[in-house]
Design a protein. Structure first.
Length: 450
């Protein structure tokens, strides 16, 4: 009996230590079994207490009265599948007649307390079937991306969602995106994860970094073009617009619209073209959009209008030509001038880290998900990297990207430097790479030139 007590104490101590230091290990070792049992045992009573049951059918009541049996109890949604994951449980429910998916969503917080889980989210899989994802611990406190992710063309994993699933940046589904974040909010780390995910793919990276290139130029070996000033950015964007026109001419030539060609073979964008003719897709990363929209003189105003016009054209027409925009900034508001709201309307994907003002949050989510505005301005300063991600469908999630240092991103870009395509239209903007002494001028003048 003494040995059993000692072993039990050791097991409990080990479980407590794992739960404190390694919550993911604790969940896989102990938590998933306890949580599954808790859900199965409490399920009927919890659903009844949360108002997620329906009265029995009339024929059941008539049969009970005819046979002098007890009246059947209210029926909760039927469990179709209970699947454990590395971060929680996935419960798939079949709704009863008269129930709605919004009933489950409205009771998510009560389900979280009743099942003693960290978080509960729900989504409709199809008509009458709801998937409830329950997380057993705070997966965003220490982000650990799964070893295997679903990658395909122009779709890269960039962060982890609060329900434990992977947040992907899919350029085929959401061509253009807006990413906002104040200083020290984690926006740069999110951008590095994006570049790290795109580096192994067959894609051309184009960067515009008006902070003299301090963010993007260390990754220059994987970039086909880089601009470090508004003047160079204006010329680079004009070159992209010209490339877009050339790609459309190529698509028009290859459409092959004749009476004997099936509709499925008619090309409408670069992905309908044969592999040997398909142009390389281009992802344009703008590090600080406000620097492109500010001006102080008449000449700068003309340059600003030229830049914004080119960005709007690329956002409106670039998808079919394989040109995708990633617009980043600390501040994004209508005071940046004409054309800004038109540009925002074309940016389907929205990601907001911690913001210093509510106006930027409204510009990010006010037109697609008003509930996300409050969530964006409530992100605490100590949780760098935490963000709200949404799209035009109205749905939004809390996400957090794993920490990627600049050195890790540079090493990854150097590893895949051979995959950097050489685009003739962007050749004048190809970054030059050399030694540190060649790239960074000396702070002191030599005696010979002093």
């Amino acid at each position: 009996m003494t040995a059993f007590t000692v072993a039990l104490v050791l097991v409990v101590a080990a479980a407590g230590l794992l739960r404190w230091r390694r919550p993911a290990w604790y969940w896989l070792a102990f938590g998933v079994t306890l949580a599954a049992l808790r859900v199965l045992v409490r399920y009927r009573s919890v659903m009844d207490a949360c108002g997620l049951t329906v009265p029995p059918a009339r024929w059941r009541l008539s049969l009970a009265r005819a046979t002098n049996r007890p009246i059947p109890e209210p029926r909760p949604p039927r469990i179709r599948r209970l699947r454990p994951t590395r971060t929680g449980l996935v419960l798939r429910l079949k709704l009863r007649p008269g129930q709605d998916v919004f009933d489950i969503a409205a009771a998510s917080d009560r389900l979280r307390h009743s099942f003693s889980m960290f978080g509960v989210t729900s989504r409709e899989v199809r008509s009458g079937v709801v998937e409830v994802r329950m997380t057993g611990y705070d997966v965003l406190k220490r982000v650990q991306m799964p070893a295997e992710t679903e990658t395909r063309a122009m779709r890269v994993p960039v962060a982890l969602r609060e329900d434990g699933s992977v947040h992907y940046r899919d350029y085929r589904a959401i061509p253009h995106a807006l990413t906002l974040g104040a200083t020290e909010s984690g926006k740069s780390v999110y951008q590095r994860n994006l570049v790290a995910g795109l580096a192994p793919l067959d894609v051309a990276l184009v960067g515009i970094d008006c902070k003299q290139g301090v963010e993007l130029f260390p990754l220059a070996r994987r970039f086909s073009a880089l601009a470090d000033s508004p003047d160079t950015a204006a010329e680079l964007l004009d070159a992209l617009v010209a490339r877009m026109a050339d790609v459309y001419r190529l698509i028009r030539i290859q459409q092959r619209i004749t009476v004997d060609v099936p509709d499925a073979e008619i090309a409408a964008d670069i992905w309908d073209l044969p592999d040997e003719l398909r142009p390389t897709p281009v992802v344009v990363l703008v590090d600080e959009v406000a620097e492109l929209a500010l001006y102080a003189t008449k000449e700068e105003e003309k340059r600003r209008d030229r830049i914004i016009t080119a960005l709007v054209r690329l956002a409106q027409l670039g998808r079919a030509a394989g040109i995708y925009l990633e617009i980043c900034g600390q501040r994004f508001g209508s005071e940046l001038g004409k054309g800004i709201t038109m540009l925002r309307a074309q940016l389907t994907g929205r990601t907001a880290h911690r913001l210093n003002d509510e106006t930027s949050a409204n510009m990010a989510f006010g037109d697609i998900a008003p509930d996300a505005v409050l969530a964006a301005i409530q992100i605490p300063a100590e949780l760098r990297g935490l963000a709200i991600a949404g799209d035009a469908s109205g749905g939004w999630h809390r996400i957090r990207a794993p920490h990627t240092s600049l050195r890790q991103a540079v090493n990854l870009c150097n590893r895949y430097a051979d995959r950097t395509p050489d685009l003739p239209e962007l050749a004048p903007f190809r970054p030059t790479t050399g030694t540190a002494t060649e790239l960074v001028p000396s702070a002191k003048a030599s005696p010979a030139t002093a």
